[in-house]
Design a protein. Structure first.
Length: 303
């Protein structure tokens, strides 16, 4: 009986059972991250709440963000309008929630685009070296010589307004950082033994970069992207404040502040404080999460 049972086919695992080890590892990693970096985990949870509110804006927002309550202009925070109304009678809470959609989408897409292009550029520049590396680094230095906000303003003036224009303008300002950081990582990776082995068996430069170098840069990429998300939100807010960002009446945190200055030089405190607080809290959360990820993914900083 024992010999027969040894040769009997074992029941196959179901999809849910097969996924349990991966889910258990993920839960263990999150628990360990939360224990070591409680501030970073708190920042991540806060960002999840902000993103969830923005995603569910049509459900959770009490009013249409562009509806003008002409009988309730410049109302202070009250039971009817929790954060008050602006100079045109629009509910500030609703505009903050909908504005989170725009600000988060612009910041995430611009950082991903700029960092991904910059990372590929930096990896190729470091691996190929020679004249390509020299020319590409001079181009990066020219781009970095412009102040970030000035460069974004020049690009917006040249390309015109619109959300995608703002995304491209901010992405260009993030591109040099991806080039510099990933280039420095690639310079150390390309001298490792496994890269020499791949080159010896005839692997092409493109295959080596895509299969052996870029995957080793992913932790650095994640830290770099997370750290720059806060900066991208601040840039978008600054452009909106100056009136050259997202075109009104579309709500964004930046143009909500810009509308304050355009109406009066002695703004109502609730019209100014709440959008500024949303920007500050989100930027701070992204920065704290970036610091925690850097400490987690960098072997030299691990506890």
């Amino acid at each position: 009986m024992a010999q027969r049972s040894a040769h009997m086919p074992q029941p196959s695992l179901t999809v849910s059972e097969a996924a349990q080890p991966g889910l258990a590892r993920l839960c263990h990693a999150l628990a360990l991250f939360s224990k070591r970096y409680p501030v970073g985990m708190g920042a991540a949870l806060g960002l999840c709440v902000i993103a969830l509110l923005a995603a569910l804006a049509p459900i959770v927002a009490p009013y249409d963000p562009n509806f003008q309550h002409f009988t309730d202009l410049k109302q202070a925070p009250s039971a009817s309008y929790w954060l008050g109304t602006d100079y045109e009678g629009r509910d500030i809470l609703s505009r903050l929630i909908y504005g989170g959609q725009v600000s988060l989408v612009v910041s995430v897409l611009s950082v991903l685009l700029g960092t991904m292009v910059g990372s590929g550029w930096g990896a190729a520049s470091a691996y190929l070296g020679g004249m390509m590396d020299i020319v590409s680094q001079r181009i990066v230095e020219v781009v970095m010589s412009f102040p970030t906000l000035i460069l974004a303003m020049i690009l917006l003036v040249a390309m015109g307004g619109g959300m995608w224009t703002v995304i491209l303008a901010i992405a260009v300002t993030r591109l040099p950082f991806g080039v510099r950081v990933i280039r420095s990582v690639t310079l150390s990776i390309k001298e490792l033994t496994y890269v020499d082995a791949a080159r010896a068996i005839g692997a092409s430069d493109l295959r080596i970069i895509a299969r052996h170098i870029i995957p080793q840069c992913i932790p650095v990429f994640l830290v770099l992207a997370t750290a720059h998300l806060g900066t991208a939100i601040a840039i978008e807010a600054s452009l909106g404040f100056l009136g050259i960002g997202i075109t009104p009446p579309t709500a964004s945190w930046g143009n909500m502040l810009g509308g304050v200055v355009s109406n009066t030089y002695r703004p109502l405190w609730w019209v100014m404080v709440f959008p500024g607080l949303a920007i500050s809290v989100t930027v701070l959360a992204f920065n704290m999460l970036g610091d925690a990820l850097r400490d987690t993914l960098d072997p030299k900083l691990r506890l």
